[in-house]
Design a protein. Structure first.
Length: 263
């Protein structure tokens, strides 16, 4: 089914439905149709991207596609189907919409008063609102979310906000990976609840599949069409470090650990 959805998203006719308000890079909601089938998708044209000084090479669209390729190669299953599509505005990252636009996904990360942290959730950060009210950033303690934390460390995700995590019908999805897969350590996330703890064996196996694909498979060639040689090599080194340490990483010194806003 995956190949069929990718083909539909890559080759289908794009119908504009509306602009995604608040998007910094011109994301639009579209319907993509091919051979009588259709999917809702987020369409992010390269032509509407804002240049980023710390990601001078390649495109955000290419990184969105690369994150999906890594997710599939390792068996993480986190990133919705994402392709590069030649659409009305030129090349764009086109990602299948999960859920329904009018339905709000369940929260797995939240900002709440200290006495309102859900039972079993992990506290990440304490702070104050502009009005001086104390709040806590916390996230659920679930295996799928922990797998996502490993995936983010692997791809060097520098913008894992709570709103980028979607729990739809019991399945967890991660979106918005345009600022990931850089060379320098830039992990910035709300999922620090397991920092320093052992990585689950199932997640280490996922990292190993990515490492093996880079060294003996065609994964490096596929990513080489989307990233620079240095970025692909940095991904391989991160995989090796995660396998060697066997633990969830700690925040990088001198780099903001939490994205802002957190949600």
């Amino acid at each position: 089914m995956g190949t069929d959805v990718e083909q539909l998203l890559a080759a289908g006719e794009v119908e504009l439905l509306g602009r995604i308000l608040g998007s910094s890079n011109g994301a639009v909601l579209v319907r993509v149709s091919l051979d009588g089938e259709s999917r809702l998708a987020i369409h992010k044209p390269v032509a509407l991207e804002r240049p980023l000084w710390d990601y001078p090479d390649g495109t955000l669209a290419g990184r969105e596609r690369a994150a999906y390729v890594v997710s599939e190669a390792g068996g993480f299953g986190i990133v919705p189907h994402t392709v590069l599509h030649e659409g009305p505005w030129g090349v764009a990252a086109t990602q299948e919409w999960v859920g329904q636009p009018e339905t709000t996904p369940d929260l797995v990360v939240d900002v709440v008063p200290p006495d309102s942290v859900p039972a079993g959730w992990r506290e990440v950060l304490r702070g104050e609102t502009p009005d001086g009210e104390e709040v806590v950033v916390a996230h659920a303690d679930e295996p799928d979310l922990r797998t996502t934390a490993v995936f983010d460390a692997l791809i060097n995700n520098s913008d894992r906000k709570g709103g980028h995590l979607l729990l739809v019908a019991g399945s967890l999805w991660g979106v918005d990976h345009g600022v990931s897969l850089g060379v320098e350590p830039k992990l910035r996330t709300v999922l620090w609840g397991w920092a320093g703890e052992p990585i689950a064996r199932t997640d280490l196996a996922r990292v190993e599949r990515v490492r093996a694909g880079l060294e003996t498979g065609d994964l490096g060639d596929r990513l080489g069409e989307l990233l620079t040689t240095l970025e692909v090599e940095a991904l391989r080194r991160r995989a090796e470090r995660l396998l060697s340490s066997g633990t969830h990483p700690l925040p990088t010194p001198g780099w903001p650990a939490i994205p802002w806003p957190a949600m």
